[in-house]
Design a protein around this ligand. Structure first.
Ligand code: CTP
Length: 385
């Protein structure tokens, strides 16, 4: 997920910006709309708030600092000129002047305005400064004239946004392997020893890595959450399957062990179904291999290895710190499962990220938002931080 500022200036194409916001939100991005006073004559801030599913911020500053992209669509001749000359007379031009990230603009104006030498010079200035300019497209214009002036269609602007955002993530093009779900260890043909993991956290991580442009493999143990589209899914129902599939992919650039792998399995599973006979039935359990520790003992080649610790209280956090060292991971994600409403089967989590970079507490939020925080940390570690 990325954070995108969508600037809208006045013009008949302003309504098309609604579709752009809708596409960006659907792709999982956090969108902050910024309308000029002139744009409000064509569309309302309220429309954009509804599409972005959040209120326009009172204070734009934190969004300026955190956003990954500013896209202005449509961009009027007037605002284009202001951008070229550094004017800051409304909330959008102020934002554009203060923003340090990539700027993508989709101009829309009358063909005569577009072809005027003043506009041409302004466009050249912006191009020289590294601003990406998309369109305008030729066609019939609002005034009945023909020529370049129409705003590029929202789908094409969206596609360009995605391309820019992928380039800004250090996960773009990297192989990310995520294990998720909970393994089931057979007792007989139909029964198993299992755990309560739903796979939600791992699936959220796979989706977020995919959004950042990574090649994602999800090694999935019996999860109940639908895997995200565009991700390679490898079934791994038992701890032995999980070990085999993960070790085969241990050379990926990022490995996230989010699966709840059984620590013990029945040592002699019965081949058929054991009939009921009213007698006591004891199971002998043998330890399984620790996949994370085995991955940690492989040569790392700059790989980032992430382990998860579901434990309780400060003592649990202490154990997570020890595991980071013992299993030779780069990051341990600790969540306190003694608290209600988070962790197993829940939709929310509350984490402490423990790494060589220090410890970061991530307050209670959806598992999708936790995935964002975890992958931000992973990106920091990939960068050698
Ligand atoms: N893990 C693994 N292979 C196992 C068991 C666990 O790779 N056989 C991984 C999990 O995917 C998770 C981490 O190890 O990333 C959890 O660490 P672990 O020490 O197993 O945690 P617990 O079992 O919760 O802790 P404890 O040692 O207290 O049993």
């Amino acid at each position: 997920m990325a954070r995108v500022l969508v600037g809208v200036t006045g013009g008949i194409a302003a309504y098309k910006a609604c579709e752009l916001v809708r596409l960006l939100v659907k792709a999982g991005h956090e969108v902050t709309p910024v309308l000029t006073p002139d744009a409000e004559r064509f569309v309302t801030t309220h429309t954009f708030e509804a599409l972005a599913r959040r209120e326009a911020p009172r204070d734009l500053y934190p969004h300026l600092v955190e956003s990954d992209l500013l896209v202005i669509a449509p961009l009027s001749a007037n605002t284009l000129a202001k951008l070229a000359h550094g004017l800051a007379d409304n909330v959008l031009t102020q934002a554009a002047l203060a923003f340090r990230g990539p700027l993508l603009v989709a101009p829309a104006m009358n063909v005569r305005m577009w072809e005027h030498p003043a506009t041409k010079e302004n466009v050249a200035t912006l191009v020289e400064r590294g601003v990406e300019i998309l369109g305008p497209e030729a066609g019939e214009l609002a005034e009945g004239e023909h020529g370049p002036g129409r705003m590029t269609e929202p789908e094409a602007i969206f596609a360009r946004c995605q391309k820019i955002l992928r380039h800004t993530s250090s996960l773009a093009g990297k192989h990310v392997v995520v294990s998720a779900g909970g393994t089931r260890e057979p007792i007989d043909l139909v029964r198993f020893v299992g755990n309560r993991s739903s796979g939600r956290m791992g699936v959220a991580l796979a989706a977020e890595a995919k959004r950042r442009g990574a090649d994602v493999t999800l090694v999935y143990a019996n999860g109940s959450i639908l895997p995200p589209a565009g991700v390679e899914v490898v079934p791994a129902p038992t701890a032995a399957d999980m070990r085999r599939e993960m070790l085969a992919r241990g050379d990926a650039e990022v490995v996230l062990m989010a699966a709840a792998v059984a620590d013990y399995r029945p040592s002699k599973p019965e081949e058929g179904k054991r009939p009921k006979d009213g007698e006591m039935w004891s199971l002998d359990l043998e330890p399984t291999e620790d996949v994370l520790a085995e991955l940690g003992s492989m040569p790392s080649n700059g790989r980032v290895l992430v382990g998860f610790a579901a434990d309780s209280g400060e003592r649990g956090l202490e154990r997570a710190r020890e595991k980071l060292a013992n299993k030779r991971g780069n990051l341990f994600v600790y969540n306190d499962v003694s608290q209600s409403g988070i962790g197993f089967e829940a939709e929310e989590n509350e984490l402490v990220l423990v790494s060589a970079r220090g410890e970061r507490r991530v307050g209670r939020r959806s598992k999708e938002e936790c995935a964002v925080a975890i992958l931000d940390e992973v990106e920091g570690l990939l960068g050698g931080g």
